[in-house]
Design a protein around this ligand. Structure first.
Ligand SMILES: *[C@@H]1O[C@H](CO)[C@@H](O)[C@H](O)[C@H]1NC(C)=O
Ligand SMILES: *[C@@H]1O[C@H](CO)[C@@H](O)[C@H](O)[C@H]1NC(C)=O
Ligand SMILES: *[C@@H]1O[C@H](CO)[C@@H](O)[C@H](O)[C@H]1NC(C)=O
Ligand SMILES: *[C@@H]1O[C@H](CO)[C@@H](O)[C@H](O)[C@H]1NC(C)=O
Ligand SMILES: *[C@@H]1O[C@H](CO)[C@@H](O)[C@H](O)[C@H]1NC(C)=O
Ligand SMILES: *[C@@H]1O[C@H](CO)[C@@H](O)[C@H](O)[C@H]1NC(C)=O
Ligand SMILES: *[C@@H]1O[C@H](CO)[C@@H](O)[C@H](O)[C@H]1NC(C)=O
Ligand SMILES: *[C@@H]1O[C@H](CO)[C@@H](O)[C@H](O)[C@H]1NC(C)=O
Length: 835
C-alpha cells in the first residue's frame, strides 16, 4: 500500500499546534489512498475533519471526527473507542474485503466497520454533514455510515432513530471518563415509541426520562421548553421508524448534544475562538430528575423538603427507611379500591372509586397511548378497573396507566394534569371538591342504582328526541351528580347566567345537528379543538367548534367573552353565532363557509388555478382589513394569535373571512401584550418573540400575516421547505431571492402575469417588512393596508427575517448566558404542522 503522495502535494497543508499536522483537501479514503497518523482529511466544505487525535491528558491515539474550526480537537465521533493505538503508527484504510479499518503498526485490526458482505471496491467519504460514509463503488450503495454508529455526540444532520416494529435503536453512548473514549456506563436515545421520549440509561437501567413529546417539547422537563425546540424535532415516518433530528441551517453554529461520562446530556456550542464548549443546558440537573427518585407511587417535588412524598392515598412501603430519606422502596396504597374489593368479592357494598386531579405533574413512565378525545379518555379509564390513572395532552392524546406509577414529579408551573384513581374514603370533605369523576363501573350498589335512576330520568327528559350520541351524553351527565362536582370545573349552573343577546344552543341540538359529532362531519382540527359541520333543525348550516379543554375561566367570564366576541362584525370575519355550555362541554357555533379554507385552494394544484392574482390580492387585502378591525377598530383590540391559511375561510365569491379570532382570548383571558406560559399558534407562523418568550402583541399577528402573504404569493407552504438544505423556510428562501434581486422566482407560476408584476413585487416587499425579526420594525396592520393600496409609496428596506438562516444570535453583551437564558436564543421552528 502506498500513500497517494502526488495527491498530498496538491493538498492544502495546514499546521496547527495540536495533534493534527497534515490536513489534505481530500475527503475520501480508498484502498489506495489511506490515512497514516497524523494525517487527516477534511470534508469538502471544511466543516469536519477526520483523523488521528489524542484526548486531553492522554497519549493514546484514536481515529475520530471533529469540527474543523475548533482549536482544541474535541472528537464528536471515535472509531477505535475501545482499542486505542499506543503509538503513532496507526493507519485508517479500506481493507481488501471492503471494510473501513484501523490498523496498528503490526497491521492488526483494532477496529472495523464490520460489514459482513464482501465488497470488491469501496471508498469512505467524510461528507459535509459530518457523516463518514462507506460506499460500494460498484453500485453506489451505502454499506456503512458513522451516523448509524454514533459515539457520545448527537449533532446537526444526524438522526437518532428507533423502530417500533423491530425495536432497533440508535443510541449515543458516553465515554468512560473525560479523557477516555471507551464505552462508558451511560447511553441515550428514544424510548416508549408510541409516545416517544428521550431516555438516558445507566448500565441499561433507566436513569432519566424526558417525558413524552407533544410535538413541541418533551413535557417532563419544563425548563427545556424553548431550548428543546431549538433545532430538535421528532419525525414519524408512518412506517414504524421515529427519528429524533437536530438541525441547523448554518453549520458554523457548532452546536451538539453530548452525553458526558457522568451521565448528563448537555447541549453545547462553541463560542468563536473559545477552546472549550459552552454548556447551554443539561439534564438531569435536579435531584428529582433521576428516574424513579421517589420509588413506586412516590412523587418528587424539588421545592419541598424532603423532596419525596407519597401520592395521595398512598403511604411509605417501609416507613423507617422512608423517614431516613431512603425512598427506593416507594409507597403502597392505603385503602384498597372498590374495584378490587368487588373483584375479590370481599366487600360488596361501598362507595365507588374516584379520580383525584393532580396539577403540574410530570406524568409517570409506561403510559399506554390511545387516540381518544379527552372525554373518551376519561370514560375509558373510568370504566376499566385496571386503569389507575389517566392524563390528556392535546399534542399527544390520551395516556393511561395500569400497574405501577413511577417517576412522577410535581412542578411549580407547567407539567400536566394527572388523574389518579382512589378509594372514595380517601377523599375527605375538603378534597371532594377536587374529585371530578365518579366511577360508575360497578353496578349493583345502592348508590349507583340511585344515580342510574336519576340519570335515566334526566336522560329521557332531556334527550327524548335523540337517537345517536346518547351514550356519550349519558356519561357526561353522569358527572353532574352534585356531590362529586368540582365547582371550579363546572362553575355555576348555566341557568344562573344572565344571557342577553347571545344565542345559546343546547348541547342536545348541537349533538343532533352534527350527528353526535360524527367523524364524517369533522371539518378540521383547530388549535382549541375540532370543528364539525352541522345542520340545525331549521336547515341552517353551522360550524361547531368543540373546545378541547375547559378554559381556566369561570363560566360567567367565559360567557361574557363569547358574547362580546359574537358582537364583532366585519365582512372579513367569520360570524360567531352563539355558544353552548353544558357540564364540561364548551362549544362555539359559527356561520358555515361552504368553500372551506384558503389552504384547501392555495395548495391544491387544480383549485389554485381559480386564484388568479387579482383574487389573491383581494384575499391578502381582505385578511389585512379583518386583522385591522380586530386590532384597532373593534373596541376589544383582539390579537388573533393563530392566523394561518387554514384559519382563513373563503366565501362563495372567494372573499376571505378570518375564523377562530378571540379563541385565544376566550381561552386564556389575556388581553393586551402579555407573557403567557402556553404558546398557542402554529409553527411556521409564530413570531420569534412569541415562540421564545411568549410575548405577543398585534405585531405578532402582523408577522403571521406576513408569512401568510408570502404563502399566498408563492403558492407554497412555509413549512414545505423543511428538509431542503438550501433554504430552510419560505422566509429564508424569499430573503435569499430578495438579496439576489431574483424575487420573481418566488411568485407562484400559476399567477405570473407580467402586467401585475409591480403589484406582486410590492406585495412581497410588504410581506418581508411584516416578517422582520423585531416587532418594532414591523408595520402595523393599518400601515400594511395603506402600503398594499399604494397610499404609502415609499417602502423601507426590509431587514433579515428570523429563521432565515437559523443563525443563533448570542447577545454580544451577554456572552456568558446562563443555562436558563439560553432559551432566549432563536428557536428554529421546523416542525411541520399537520394542517
Ligand atoms: C465540493 O464542493 C463544491 C462547492 O462547494 C462542489 O462544486 C463540488 O462538487 C464538491 N465536491 C465534491 C466531491 O462533492
Ligand atoms: C489534564 O491534566 C491537568 C493537569 O494534571 C488537569 O488540570 C486537567 O484537569 C486535566 N484535564 C482533564 C480533562 O482531565
Ligand atoms: C503497543 O501495542 C502493541 C500491541 O497492540 C504491543 O505489541 C506493543 O508492545 C505496544 N507498545 C507499547 C510501547 O506499549
Ligand atoms: C466487529 O465484529 C467482531 C466480531 O463479531 C466484534 O468482536 C467487534 O466488537 C465488532 N467491532 C465493531 C466495531 O463493532
Ligand atoms: C473503484 O471504483 C472507482 C469509482 O467507480 C474507480 O475509479 C476505480 O478504478 C475502482 N477501482 C478498482 C480497483 O476497481
Ligand atoms: C453562519 O453564521 C456565522 C456566524 O454566526 C456567519 O459568519 C456566517 O456568515 C453564517 N453563514 C451563512 C451561510 O449564513
Ligand atoms: C435503601 O433501601 C433499599 C431497599 O430496602 C436497600 O437495598 C438500600 O441498601 C438502602 N439504601 C441505603 C443507602 O440505605
Ligand atoms: C382494561 O385495560 C386493560 C389494559 O389496557 C386491557 O387489557 C383490558 O382489556 C381492559 N378491560 C376492559 C374490560 O376493557
Amino acid at each position: 500500500m502506498g500513500l497517494g503522495r502526488g495527491k498530498i502535494s496538491m493538498a492544502l497543508l495546514l499546521l496547527t499546534s495540536f495533534c493534527v499536522e497534515i490536513i489534505t483537501a481530500i475527503d475520501t479514503i480508498t484502498s489506495t489512498q489511506f490515512l497514516k497518523d497524523p494525517e487527516a482529511i477534511v470534508s469538502n466544505g471544511s466543516i469536519y475533519t477526520l483523523g488521528f487525535f489524542s484526548p486531553v491528558n492522554s497519549t493514546d491515539r484514536y481515529v475520530g471526527i471533529w469540527f474543523n474550526e475548533v482549536p482544541v480537537v474535541t472528537a464528536i465521533w471515535v472509531a477505535n473507542r475501545n482499542k486505542p493505538l499506543n503509538d503513532s503508527s496507526g493507519i485508517l484504510a479500506v481493507s481488501k474485503d471492503g471494510n473501513l479499518v484501523v490498523l496498528n503498526g503490526q497491521q492488526e485490526i483494532l477496529w472495523s466497520s464490520n460489514v459482513s458482505n464482501f465488497v470488491s471496491n469501496s471508498s469512505a467519504q467524510l461528507s459535509d454533514t459530518g457523516n463518514l460514509v462507506l460506499r460500494d463503488n460498484n453500485n453506489e450503495e451505502i454499506i456503512w455510515e458513522s451516523f448509524q454508529h454514533p459515539s457520545d455526540t448527537f449533532f446537526s444532520n444526524m438522526k437518532l432513530s428507533a423502530n417500533k416494529r423491530t425495536g432497533e435503536k440508535i443510541l449515543i453512548t458516553s465515554w468512560k471518563g473525560a479523557t477516555d473514549p471507551s464505552i462508558g456506563s451511560f447511553s441515550a436515545g428514544l424510548n416508549r415509541l408510541d409516545i416517544p421520549e428521550i431516555f438516558i440509561w445507566k448500565d441499561n437501567y433507566p436513569y432519566f426520562r424526558s417525558g413524552p413529546w407533544n410535538r413541541l417539547v418533551f413535557i417532563g422537563v419544563p425548563y427545556m421548553n424553548s431550548a428543546a425546540v431549538d433545532g430538535l424535532n421528532l419525525v414519524d415516518d408512518g412506517e414504524g421508524t421515529i427519528d429524533l433530528t437536530f438541525s441547523y441551517a448554518n453549520q458554523s453554529f457548532l452546536s451538539s448534544f453530548v452525553l458526558t461520562s457522568q451521565g448528563q446530556l448537555e447541549q453545547t456550542r462553541w463560542e468563536h475562538g473559545m477552546e472549550d464548549r459552552i454548556v447551554l443546558w443539561s439534564v438531569p440537573k435536579f435531584d428529582c430528575e433521576f428516574y424513579g427518585r421517589c420509588g413506586l407511587f412516590g412523587s418528587c417535588n424539588a421545592q419541598a423538603s424532603p423532596i419525596c412524598s407519597c401520592l395521595r392515598g398512598f403511604e411509605p412501603n417501609n416507613p423507617e427507611e422512608w423517614n431516613r430519606g431512603n425512598w427506593t422502596s416507594g409507597c403502597i396504597r392505603m385503602k384498597s379500591l372498590q374495584c378490587e374489593r368487588v373483584k375479590s368479592g370481599s366487600e360488596a357494598a361501598g362507595q365507588n372509586d374516584v379520580f383525584l386531579k393532580l396539577g403540574n405533574m410530570k406524568v409517570p413512565d409506561l403510559a399506554q397511548w390511545s387516540r381518544l378525545t379527552e372525554i373518551e379518555c376519561k370514560d375509558r379509564c373510568l370504566t376499566n378497573c385496571s386503569c389507575i390513572a389517566y392524563a390528556y395532552n392535546s399534542g399527544i392524546g390520551c395516556m393511561s396507566w395500569i400497574g405501577d406509577l413511577i417517576d412522577v414529579q410535581e412542578f411549580s408551573t407547567g407539567g400536566s394534569d394527572l388523574y389518579i384513581r382512589m378509594a372514595y374514603s380517601e377523599i375527605d370533605g375538603n378534597h371532594r371538591r377536587k374529585v371530578i369523576v365518579m366511577v360508575s363501573a360497578v353496578i349493583g350498589t345502592i348508590a349507583s342504582a340511585m344515580i342510574c335512576a336519576l340519570l335515566t330520568w334526566r336522560f329521557t327528559s332531556k334527550h327524548r328526541a335523540r337517537k345517536e350520541g346518547g351514550e356519550k351524553l349519558h356519561s357526561d351527565t353522569n358527572e353532574k351528580h352534585p356531590s362529586f362536582l368540582d365547582r371550579d370545573m363546572t362553575g355555576d349552573s348555566r341557568d344562573h347566567v344572565k344571557l342577553q343577546e347571545l344565542p345559546l344552543f343546547s348541547l342536545e341540538s348541537l349533538t343532533a345537528a352534527t350527528d353526535g359529532f360524527d367523524l364524517s362531519n369533522k371539518l378540521g382540527q383547530g388549535g382549541f379543538g375540532p370543528v364539525y359541520k352541522g345542520k340545525l333543525s331549521d336547515g341552517k348550516e353551522i360550524a361547531v367548534k368543540r373546545l378541547s379543554r375547559a378554559s381556566g375561566q369561570g363560566l360567567k367570564e367565559f360567557m361574557n367573552e363569547v358574547e362580546v366576541i359574537s358582537k364583532l362584525q366585519h365582512r372579513n370575519l367569520v360570524r360567531l353565532l352563539g355558544c353552548c355550555v353544558e357540564g364540561e362541554e364548551k362549544l362555539l357555533v359559527y356561520e358555515y363557509m361552504p368553500n372551506k379554507s384558503l389552504d384547501a385552494f392555495l395548495y391544491d394544484p387544480l383549485r389554485k388555478q381559480l386564484l388568479d392574482w387579482k383574487k389573491r390580492f383581494n384575499i391578502i387585502e381582505g385578511i389585512c382589513r379583518g386583522l385591522l378591525y380586530l386590532h384597532r377598530d373593534s373596541r376589544l383590540r383582539i390579537i388573533h394569535r393563530d392566523l394561518k391559511a387554514s384559519n382563513v375561510l373563503l366565501d362563495p365569491e372567494l372573499k376571505p373571512k378570518i375564523s377562530d379570532f378571540g379563541a385565544a382570548r376566550i381561552f386564556g383571558g389575556d388581553e393586551d401584550q402579555a407573557n403567557t406560559i402556553r404558546v398557542v399558534g402554529t409553527y411556521g407562523y409564530i413570531s420569534p418573540e412569541y415562540a421564545m418568550e411568549g410575548r405577543f402583541s398585534e405585531k405578532s399577528d402582523v408577522y403571521s400575516f406576513g408569512v401568510l402573504l408570502l404563502e399566498i404569493v408563492s403558492g407554497r407552504r412555509n413549512t414545505s421547505f423543511y428538509g431542503n438544505e438550501q433554504a430552510l423556510s419560505l422566509l429564508g428562501f424569499a430573503w435569499k431571492l430578495w438579496n439576489e434581486g431574483n424575487i420573481s422566482a418566488l411568485v407562484d407560476p400559476a399567477i405570473s402575469d407580467p402586467s401585475s408584476q409591480v403589484e406582486i413585487f410590492r406585495c412581497i416587499h410588504v410581506g418581508l417588512l411584516c416578517v422582520q425579526e423585531f416587532p418594532e420594525d414591523r408595520p402595523t396592520a393599518s400601515t400594511v393596508v395603506s402600503m398594499l393600496n399604494s397610499e404609502i409609496s415609499y417602502l423601507a428596506t426590509p431587514k433579515q427575517p428570523p429563521f432565515a438562516e437559523r443563525k443563533h444570535h448570542f447577545n454580544e453583551e451577554r456572552p456568558h448566558q446562563n443555562e436558563e437564558k439560553c432559551s432566549i436564543n432563536y428557536v428554529t421552528v421546523t416542525v411541520v404542522d399537520g394542517r
